[in-house]
Design a protein around this ligand. Structure first.
Ligand SMILES: [Zn+2]
Length: 323
């Protein structure tokens, strides 16, 4: 492996002043734009363009910003969806808790609003908190999506219907009926890159690790995850995580090696003293330096390019074998 694609992603949430009280996101639209532009500048310092997943309401308010960023080479064709906080809160479920009929309805309404803001259809998708079930990929294909970043391998967040144990770790065609597997449908999924060598336990959307044997860890909102390269963690060792992920990618030797990470538009990436902004710089420095130390060139790119590569490959679905 002499090069690896680096894909920086961001989930873009509406201003919390306009959504459910417990939703995440920037407090105001102005902060949201400032944080997005800061993220583009920081990732740009390392040569990494950004792939955005935009919640439908955001496109109605900030389409000019994303159309501008699209012209500068960022991927702005992604839809992000938290079913429960969309519009009037009709869907009392996380995305992976929807039945097939409601998933189609929820996505169709989201596409319609997104299209009214952006003037075109979304082509890529990421569910909020990676909440998903086995209806997801076929519904996405039916509604015109060609790819996404829909999985966080190893995540177990039961309350959010976000369970990805055993999921394929590298870019692949999705499977029509079993979301963890490589399939043959016209949808390319780019999983978030994770370090499979250990797990960390947190509570809800707080990125502070807790003792997995503590009473707190037995709570209903516990999240068990592998470490990844998101800047949101409170105690991540980005050099170790990067080296472990690279070790594991080199062993797996995928045809399309990708290292990608996620964050949200709720931290001030214009301020290097902001904890999350400082972590973003640490994470991207680790990515750049660990790749270079191995003689691997990090090549910044966007999700649409990764999907082009996946969909151009021959079908790799694993054949049926008897036990
Ligand atoms: Zn989200």
């Amino acid at each position: 492996m002499d090069k690896i694609f680096i894909v920086a992603t961001m989930d873009v949430e509406p201003a919390t002043s306009t959504t459910h009280a417990s939703a995440t996101g920037p407090e105001s639209w102005e902060d949201g734009e400032k944080f997005i532009r800061g993220y583009v500048d920081r990732t740009g310092d390392f040569g990494f363009p950004v792939s955005f997943f935009i919640h439908p309401e955001v496109t109605v308010v900030q389409s000019d910003l994303f159309l501008e960023l699209g012209e500068k080479g960022h991927c702005v064709e992604g839809l992000h969806m938290h079913a429960w906080k969309f519009r009037d809160g009709k869907y009392k479920a996380h995305f992976g808790g929807l039945n097939e009929k409601d998933m189609r309805a929820n996505l169709s309404e989201g596409i319609s609003m997104w299209q009214s803001g952006m003037g075109r259809r979304p082509l890529y998708f990421r569910p909020g908190t990676f909440s998903a079930n086995d209806f997801m990929y076929q519904v996405l294909v039916d509604l015109g999506f060609r790819g996404g970043s829909c999985s966080l391998p190893g995540r177990i967040w039961r309350r959010m219907n976000a369970i990805w144990t055993g999921a394929e770790p590298d870019p692949h065609r999705a499977h029509a009926v079993f979301r963890q597997l490589v399939g043959d449908i016209e949808f390319a999924n780019m999983p978030v890159s994770v370090d499979f060598s250990s797990r960390t336990v947190t509570v809800g959307s707080d990125f502070q690790k807790i003792d997995p044997n503590s009473p707190e860890a037995a709570g209903a909102n516990t999240v068990s995850s592998h470490w990844d390269l998101r800047p949101d963690w409170r105690d991540a060792d980005y050099v170790t995580i990067t080296n472990n992920i690279l070790d594991q990618i080199q062993v797996r030797a995928p045809t399309i090696p990708v290292l990608n990470f996620i964050t949200h538009n709720d931290n001030d990436h214009t301020n290097p003293k902001d904890r999350v902004c400082a972590n973003l710089i640490k994470s991207m420095t680790a990515i750049t330096e660990c790749c270079q130390a191995r003689g691997i060139t990090p090549v910044g790119t966007t999700l649409d390019h990764i999907c082009d590569l996946v969909l151009a490959e021959p079908i790799k679905m694993e054949p049926f074998v008897y036990a």
